[in-house]
Design a protein around this ligand. Structure first.
Ligand code: APR
Length: 239
C-alpha cells in the first residue's frame, strides 16, 4: 500500500525535491557515517573533519581525504542514483539536494543537483581562496598546493563550518516549492540539511522517506518506506 501510494503521489506531482544522504551510496560500496561500519565508528570526526584538525595536522587530514577519494574512484552509481536521474527527466520541476560529497549522482546522469556539504573532487586555496575541480588519484604530494603557493584544503563543509549560503538558499527554495519531498538514505540528524523536510511539510508538501531503518523523521513523514534505496527508488521512479 505505502509504495503504491508514494508512487501515485510522485506521479501526480509537478514539483519534486529530493534530499539524499550517505545511505544512497552504501550499495555502491561506500561507507555511511553512523551506520554499522560507518566512518565515525572507526575515525574521530574532531580529528579529521574540523577546521581545527586541519590547522593542527593538514597532512593527516589530507591522507584521510585522499584515501576516501581513492575508495570513491573505484565505485559506480547504483540503481538508487539511476532512479533519481530518471525521475529528474520526468518532472517539470525537480531538485536533488545531497549531503554527499561523492559524485555518484552526477555520474548517474543527475543534473539539477545542490551539494550542501561540498565535494570530495573540489579543492580550495587557504591563501587566495580559489576553488577548483581536482580529480587526481592518488593525490601527490600531500598537502597539495595551489598555483599561488598556498595550501589547498578539501572543498567540503567541516563540522562547525557554515554551509555554502547560495546552496542552502536554493535548497530552501526547492523545499518550499515541492509538492512531494523525498528523503533517501539519511539519518536526518545533521542540521541544517535535516530541517529541509520539515520546511517542505510546513509548505504543504507530502514527505516520503526511504531508509533501511527508522530515523528522527520517520514518525513525521507521511510515508516512511523501509528497505534499500537501490530497491525502492526504482519502484517510485517508474511511471
Ligand atoms: N538504503 C537506504 N538507507 C540506507 C542504506 C540503504 N542501502 N544504507 C544505510 N542507510 C541509511 C541508514 O539507516 C542511516 O539512517 O542511511 C543513513 C545514513 O546516515 P548517516 O551515516 O548519518 O549519513 P548522513 O545522514 O548522510 O549524514 C549526514 O553527517 O557526518 C556528516 O557531513 C556528513 O553529510 C554527512 C552528514
Amino acid at each position: 500500500m505505502d509504495i503504491a501510494q508514494a508512487r501515485e503521489w510522485i506521479e501526480q506531482a509537478r514539483s519534486v525535491a529530493v534530499l539524499t544522504g550517505a545511505g544512497i551510496s552504501a550499495e555502491s560500496g561506500l561507507p555511511t557515517f553512523r551506520g554499522p561500519g560507518g566512518l565515525w565508528k572507526s575515525f574521530r570526526p574532531e580529528e579529521l573533519a574540523t577546521p581545527g584538525a586541519f590547522a593542527r595536522d593538514p597532512k593527516l587530514v589530507w591522507e584521510w581525504y585522499s584515501w576516501r577519494r581513492e575508495v570513491h574512484s573505484r565505485c559506480e552509481p547504483n540503481r538508487g542514483h539511476v532512479a533519481l536521474a530518471k525521475l529528474e527527466q520526468l518532472k517539470p520541476q525537480f531538485t536533488l539536494i545531497t549531503q554527499n560529497v561523492d559524485s555518484l549522482h552526477e555520474r548517474a546522469g543527475s543534473r539539477k543537483i545542490i551539494h550542501l556539504h561540498g565535494s570530495l573532487w573540489r579543492v580550495r586555496c587557504m591563501s587566495c581562496g580559489k576553488e577548483e575541480q581536482n580529480e587526481q588519484v592518488p593525490l601527490d604530494p600531500l598537502p597539495p598546493r595551489c598555483a599561488c603557493g598556498g595550501m589547498l584544503r578539501p572543498a567540503v563543509v567541516w563540522f562547525g563550518e557554515a554551509l555554502p549560503q547560495a546552496a542552502m538558499a536554493e535548497a530552501m527554495q526547492a523545499a518550499t516549492a515541492a509538492e512531494v519531498f523525498l528523503v533517501a538514505g539519511t539519518s536526518s540528524m545533521v542540521y541544517p540539511a535535516a530541517a529541509l523536510p520539515h520546511v517542505a511539510m510546513q509548505h504543504g508538501a507530502r514527505v516520503i522517506e526511504v531508509n533501511l531503518e527508522a530515523t528522527e523523521l520517520s514518525s513525521l513523514a507521511h510515508i516512511s518506506l523501509r528497505g534499500k534505496s537501490g530497491e525502492i527508488l526504482p519502484q517510485l521512479a517508474s511511471p
